[in-house]
Design a protein around this ligand. Structure first.
Ligand SMILES: Cc1ncc(COP(=O)(O)O)c(C=O)c1O
Length: 377
């Protein structure tokens, strides 16, 4: 096998996402020392740009973890849930379950509130769980990648705060593709990653933590090493990472984040995502027997999960995947475990359409045109 055999596929999966040529080329920029003055040339604009993208003002710190979105999420559990406290993990799908698992395997007292695939968080049920469990922290997923459901972050955070708990939000698959407005969100922490709507290779978990998160973490014991947000902040406040970063990714991230802020424009980027969301909805409506899983009002601007017609199987979706590979695309035949469960129960399975990052409406139009005949075969 040689690298010449690596297929050049345009990714329409839900992450990692398509990387545009300028960002690939930025991988050739000079390596640097992460405790040298060269570090700040990359990371000062990266940190400032990330805050702008998040709508995060003075009260917010940005921390870059080596790893991925999970690294930032796990750090919030380790740093913000004390041994005698309960964390309530609210789940509308696979990634809500992941946040719960992180709490359980780290030995935290964890309760879970689960909703069926396709449902968003129901505030009345959440309120009942808050009354029952009296959690100190509540985790939830802003944008559930397995189902294409977006939760109302502000409403959920407001309710969590009404019951005196801190909201810890997973924004992995939406950040960079939609306005987050962290200042007015009510969140205490917001975790995300590089390989989704930011359209970079994976490699950093990004955490926005506000001042109250840092104050609380100072009094939590056994935070681990790389999962300690206070130790992380010691370096992040100097625009550094706690451990050695991937300098290739840092160079790419500099070009990408400054490009979003200064060239594409943040508002234009969000508008492009809304346009692609509308195109995707039109496409789904044009396919007989197919329908959007997420309810109106909770449909994601970055990923759409689609119920296929009754009788269409996961095996057939895998054939669609291979047919699309032959056309130069990587298609997403649904979230594996969820589809296995649905198929076992005799329910309609799902496919997913990623429409985020640096994909353009033109690219998406061509992809959907190539996909349509494969789905209607
Ligand atoms: C919503 C959500 N949360 C968390 C994760 C885990 O992030 P990572 O793979 O960057 O660790 C993912 C990954 O797909 C995700 O979509």
């Amino acid at each position: 096998m040689s690298t010449q055999e690596f297929a050049e596929l345009q990714l329409f999966i839900t992450g990692p996402t398509f990387i545009r040529p300028e960002i690939r080329e930025a991988g050739l920029l000079p390596e640097f020392g992460h405790r040298d003055t060269e570090n700040n040339k990359r990371f000062a604009p990266i940190m400032a740009g990330l805050k702008q993208l998040a709508g995060a003002g003075e009260n917010w710190h940005v921390i870059l973890f080596n790893g991925s979105g999970s690294s930032a999420m796990e750090a919030t559990v380790r740093s913000l849930v004390a041994d005698d406290e309960t964390v309530l993990n609210v789940s509308v799908g696979a990634f809500g379950d992941l946040y719960h698992k992180m709490a359980v395997v780290n030995g935290k007292k964890a309760a879970q509130l689960k909703f069926a695939p396709g449902e968003a968080i129901d505030l009345a049920k959440l309120e009942a769980a808050l009354v029952e469990h009296k959690p100190a922290c509540v985790t939830f997923t802003h944008n559930e990648t397995s189902t294409g459901v977006t939760n109302d972050m502000k409403a959920v955070c407001a309710l969590v705060r009404k019951h005196g708990a801190l909201p810890l939000v997973d924004g992995v698959s939406i950040f960079g593709g939609a306005a987050i407005d962290l200042d007015n969100s009510g969140a205490c922490t917001y975790a995300t990653s590089t390989q989704k709507s930011l359209a970079l290779p994976a490699g950093f978990g990004i955490l926005f933590a506000n001042a109250e998160a840092i104050e609380k973490a100072k009094n939590v014991k056994n935070k681990g090493f790389a999962t300690d947000i206070v130790a992380q902040l010691g370096r992040a406040s100097k625009n550094q990472t706690l451990t050695t970063p991937n300098t290739t990714l840092a160079n790419q991230m500099y070009v990408q984040v400054t490009g979003i802020v200064n060239q594409e424009g943040i508002e234009n980027r969000f508008a492009r995502h809304l346009k692609m969301q509308a195109m995707t909805h039109e496409f789904v409506k044009s396919l007989p027997g197919f329908e959007m899983l997420a309810p109106e009002g909770h449909r994601s601007p970055t990923v759409t999960a689609v119920r296929v017609p009754a009788g269409m199987t996961v095996a057939q979706l895998k054939k669609v995947k291979e047919a699309m590979r032959a056309k130069g695309y990587l298609f997403d035949p649904g979230y594996g475990k969820l589809n296995t469960d649905l198929e076992e129960k005799g329910e309609r399975v799902l496919l997913r359409l990623g429409h985020m990052g640096d994909v353009t409406p033109d690219m998406l139009a061509k992809y959907l045109e190539a996909l349509k005949p494969e789905l209607l075969k």
